[in-house]
Ligand binder design. Structure first.
Ligand SMILES: *[C@@H]1O[C@H](CO)[C@@H](O)[C@H](O)[C@H]1NC(C)=O
Ligand SMILES: *[C@@H]1O[C@H](CO)[C@@H](O)[C@H](O)[C@H]1NC(C)=O
Ligand SMILES: *[C@@H]1O[C@H](CO)[C@@H](O)[C@H](O)[C@H]1NC(C)=O
Ligand SMILES: *[C@@H]1O[C@H](CO)[C@@H](O)[C@H](O)[C@H]1NC(C)=O
Length: 370
């Protein structure tokens, strides 16, 4: 009886092994014919690289889930996922954790794979790495992935090339969408704690801002008694607002995501300055605060939980500049010489403006300065 069972199992196993071999062989042959027929390589990226984070099935039971826009459903399903593999890294950006205090200002710029031209312009203008007034300015772009299949593969190749040339890209394997920006910020803060823990100050901003890096350094050097080890969080301060409940808005946040009708004070995400201490504190607080998809508000929530306040800096114009009349050139360099940063600049104007504000012969009367 036993012997018979054993024989049966052995036979079955042999069958399975044969079948698997046969199927693999078929696969292999298909591969070869595909290659010889189309003469095209197959991309491993055609299969989604799984981050290993599963959907939260209870999100489907949330009241009115099926009526929510797709990106919000997505947010609820993956809200708990906080760890994604890194595709590109620059661990030595700050000279190693021990030496990271040598970096006075780290420019942390939110970019997307497609925004190659913006990155190129920033690299040669305000975000250029340099020693200025005796302190080091360094730069990283923080990026996810976009598209699928060969389009995604192509963009990832672009970033790889850029990084081998410039050593300035941190890329993670997650969809670089607007509602994933908070994730991006937290992944960066986690990276910073590991590789640049003693970096003094940071500029956190978009890749379409014009910033006056020299003014930033001057302002930060003027922070009496703050070498980055005390609280600083300053920018375009926004207060007394709450979630936008219109489904058609880019910023739409339904009650299913946040019930409260008010947001804490925060600084507009186009660009703000913060100290290394405050960056660490925000990261600390984020462990115990559910993600909110609006990244700048989320920073405000972390500050509030830590008992810290964001402040207003008049030189940060994330809502743009108020130009007095329609017949004056809104790109006159005198408007930009005194500011710290302005939101929404096309790449070619960043290039022009960066050169113009450094023109020693630039004459600005009282009417043109801010
Ligand atoms: C899953 O979703 C439900 C409903 O939104 C939520 O209450 C719960 O906290 C979520 N679980 C995790 C692990 O995020
Ligand atoms: C990424 O997210 C956006 C917005 O939610 C969506 O339209 C797009 O299809 C997503 N892309 C991938 C590859 O999942
Ligand atoms: C965020 O990224 C993850 C990983 O790519 C993706 O599954 C999720 O759909 C994205 N969320 C949003 C709201 O785009
Ligand atoms: C972060 O949290 C840990 C424990 O919760 C605490 O020991 C540490 O001091 C905190 N760091 C900052 C910068 O708040």
């Amino acid at each position: 009886m036993r012997r018979k069972n054993f024989l049966m199992i052995a036979l079955l196993l042999t069958g399975v092994v044969c079948l698997v071999t046969f199927m693999n062989k078929n696969d292999f042959e298909n591969d070869v014919t595909l290659k010889s027929k189309d003469n095209l390589p197959r991309f491993e990226t055609l299969q989604p690289l799984s981050s290993g984070c599963q959907q939260n099935m209870s999100a489907y039971d949330v009241n009115g889930f099926s009526t929510l826009p797709n990106h919000i459903q997505d947010f609820l399903l993956y809200q708990h996922c906080r760890s994604f593999p890194m595709l590109l890294d620059v661990p030595n950006k700050c000279g190693g954790p021990q030496n990271s205090a040598d970096v006075f200002l780290l420019l942390v710029i939110k970019s997307s794979p497609e925004n190659y031209e913006r990155r190129e312009v920033l690299r040669k203008t305000w975000a250029k790495e340099k020693l200025h007034k005796g302190v080091w300015i360094r730069r990283v772009f923080i990026i996810g992935t976009s598209r699928t299949g060969f389009e995604k593969h192509r963009l990832n190749n672009l970033l790889k090339l850029e990084n081998s040339e410039n050593k300035d890209i941190l890329q993670w394997e997650f969809n670089d969408s607007f509602f994933n920006l908070t994730m991006k910020q937290i992944l960066f803060l986690e990276w910073m704690e590991r590789w640049c823990p003693h970096t003094r100050f940071l500029l956190n901003g978009d890749d379409d801002i014009f910033a006056n890096t020299f003014n930033m350094v001057e302002y930060l050097q003027g922070q009496k008694g703050n070498d980055g080890s005390k609280h600083l969080f300053t920018g375009h301060l926004i207060q007394n607002v709450g979630p936008i409940r219109h489904p058609s808005s880019k910023y739409f946040v339904p009650v299913q995501v946040q019930e409260s009708e008010s947001y804490p004070p925060y600084c507009g995400g186009g660009g703000f300055l913060l100290s290394g201490f405050t960056a660490k504190t925000i990261y600390n607080m984020s462990h115990s605060i559910d993600l909110l998809p609006i990244d700048d508000v989320y920073m405000g929530m972390c500050l509030q939980k830590a008992g810290l306040k964001p402040t207003s800096h008049l030189g940060v114009r994330t809502a743009g500049l108020l130009i007095p009349a329609a017949n004056v050139d809104k790109f006159h360099p005198c408007y930009y010489r005194e500011i710290i940063l302005v939101h929404r600049f096309p790449p070619h104007m960043i290039f022009v403006m960066w050169n113009e504000i450094q023109n020693p012969h630039l004459q600005c009367g009282r009417t043109k300065s801010l």
